[in-house]
Design a protein around this ligand. Sequence first.
Ligand SMILES: NC(=O)c1ccc[n+]([C@@H]2O[C@H](COP(=O)([O-])OP(=O)(O)OC[C@H]3O[C@@H](n4cnc5c(N)ncnc54)[C@H](OP(=O)(O)O)[C@@H]3O)[C@@H](O)[C@H]2O)c1
Length: 245
Amino acid sequence: MELKGKTALVTGGSQRIGRALVLALAGAGCNLILHYYRSAEAAQETAAEAEALGVRVLLKQTNLSDGEGAASLADVSNVDLPPVQVLVNSAAVFSKDSLLDMTVDEWSKTFRVNLRAPVLLTQAFAKALPSDLGGAVINMTDWRTARPYPDHFSYSIAKGALDTFTKTAALSLAPQIRVNAIALGAMLPPPDQDQAYLDVLASTLPLQRPGGVQVIADSLLYVLRNDFVTGEIIRLNGGAHLQHP
Ligand SMILES: NC(=O)c1ccc[n+]([C@@H]2O[C@H](COP(=O)([O-])OP(=O)(O)OC[C@H]3O[C@@H](n4cnc5c(N)ncnc54)[C@H](OP(=O)(O)O)[C@@H]3O)[C@@H](O)[C@H]2O)c1
């Protein structure tokens, strides 16, 4: 897919990894619908950086754990941009719970943001895409679904279902729309930890370092541009899956 002049919708695009994805797409010439939830100021800053790369950016604020959140974000009928041809589902919560202490509220919120929103957005995107245009969906997931975190119980299960959704949607929407996922390992410290925490964690990996955002941006552009890749879950984890549990 040639990206120049296309429109991309990125959820959770205000900061951290979502910001890097927005800027990579802007650098490739995509106009953007940049979704955010609470980080209005960061979203405006990221939008300004993207616009400085010569593309148009529209900001949309939505709580994706709301019943109507995904539907209201998907409604781009009054948006003055070409049809959305790229959807990047990056917004997520990294809830900390275990099987024994999890609550239905936490489980539901995690599933609404991390799974239901990507599914509903993909559905709306596919329905709205004109039949003569191709499309691509990228889901940001976590390689640890293969080796789940017991202390991030709801998160692990929701991301595991997102992996399965990626493959199911790739079959359902082919040949018009390709659906892939990027499964991250140690890339950025969690919001409540610092870089030193991540560096220690990543020093035990075969590649002995964290990934950072540039490799994610590079992978995003690779998957979007390569028209023969669908149903793939591309692991970016410094070789962690090669280690014994
Ligand atoms: N960081 C890592 O190393 C890592 C590892 C594995 C997987 N991942 C995955 O990669 C993606 C990006 O990671 P990240 O660390 O950059 O994510 P993050 O900072 O934890 O969250 C991304 C964004 O999700 C949005 N969000 C949270 N709750 C929301 C809600 N109820 N409604 C709408 N938006 C909501 C937030 O937007 P606002 O700030 O605007 O509120 C936030 O900026 C996520 O899918 C994550 O699971 C990351």
